[in-house]
Write a protein that binds this ligand. Structure first.
Ligand code: GLV
Ligand code: GLV
Length: 320
């Protein structure tokens, strides 16, 4: 008989049907968000699962589901997976890198531009019927072209963002746990490796593209925000928790930085309501990888990983 799997969230129907050729599938096309207890209940007897960030796979889940062999995360970030616990339990894991790199970089660029040029603030102004006359500095923002871009986290997505900077005549600086090779730096628009402090002090626009972990928790807090130029912008397409949202709200409210563009939040989707009171922030609901083509590619990538992982023991994008 076919191995049993759980698909923990709703998924494209054709991907579901593809998985049904290999597995006995329990799906969740109603897209209920499972509590930890419900997740454990649904995982009983399952050898594999496709999950997203809303499912935490930790030691208590693993202890309660001893037959589990593989979890395919439908995301590139995998802070919802307890890697040491999964390794200790001998459970395989995969993510969906590469397929979303360019789409996510596009969105980071769009969010940074919307933030610098006040696009959503201007639209709200127009929709509210406040556009009665031209004014010499109406909705004036900061230039992107010719400015200095600071990228914190220089993985595949960070490098894809750096490549885009070439068309805008920007200088690129980055900070990362490890430095790129000279050749990678050259391909990333001659990106210059700098200290975290130099990045926060010197960049005109900062974009966050690093993974979330205990080490990156509140990597951007009051101290880093205080280093930024008052004209600078901050864009986060990485994960909530990398930015201390309360410190950011205070900095935006007091205009200590110009603006922020946020696709991710602490405690999302229940983000801090104070953001809604601020004009100088662009807010989107964690959609950086959400192009039609890329979301399909991510679903198929997660499915391919689970099929290969459970059938051959070797996933396409194993996490270790
Ligand atoms: C989305 O946030 C992802 O990690 O793919
Ligand atoms: C994701 O693919 C990253 O490494 O930034």
């Amino acid at each position: 008989s076919k191995p049993a799997i759980l698909i923990a969230r709703a998924i494209f129907p054709d991907v579901l049907h593809r998985l049904e050729q290999y597995f006995e599938v329990e799906s969740n096309q109603g897209d209920e968000i499972f509590s930890p207890e419900e997740l454990i209940r649904r995982l009983q007897g399952k050898e594999g699962a496709i999950v997203t960030g809303s499912s935490r796979i930790n030691a208590s889940v693993l202890a309660a589901c001893p037959q589990l062999k593989m979890v395919a995360n439908m995301a590139v970030g995998y802070d919802n997976l307890d890697v040491p616990a999964m390794q200790a339990a001998g459970v395989l894991a995969s993510n969906t890198p590469d397929v979303l790199t360019e789409t996510t970089a596009d969105f980071g660029w769009a969010l940074m531009m919307a933030t610098a040029r006040r696009i959503t603030e201007a639209e709200h102004f127009l929709r509210a019927g406040k556009w009665n006359k031209w004014h010499y500095d109406l909705m004036s923002g900061a230039d992107i072209h010719g400015s200095t871009l600071g990228i914190l986290g220089m993985g595949r997505i960070g490098q894809a963002i750096a490549r885009r900077a070439q068309g805008f005549g920007m200088e690129v600086m980055y900070h990362n746990r490890s430095r790129l090779s000279t050749e990678q730096e050259a391909q990333a628009n001659q990106a210059r490796y700098v200290s975290k402090q130099a990045l926060f002090e010197e960049a005109d626009h900062i974009i966050l593209v690093l993974p979330y972990s205990a080490a990156s928790h509140h990597a951007v807090g009051a101290e880093e925000l205080a280093m930024m130029k008052p004209t600078a912008t901050l864009t986060n397409i990485a994960r909530g928790g990398i930015v201390d949202d309360q410190a950011l709200i205070a900095a935006l409210r007091e205009r200590r930085i110009a603006a922020a563009g946020l696709d991710v939040f602490e405690n999302e989707p229940a983000f801090a309501p104070a953001f809604l009171k601020l004009d100088n922030v662009v807010l989107t609901p964690h959609i950086a990888s959400a192009s039609v083509k890329t979301r399909r590619a991510m679903a198929n990538c997660a499915a391919d990983n689970l099929i290969a992982g459970l059938l051959t023991g070797q996933a396409k994008n194993p996490l270790w």
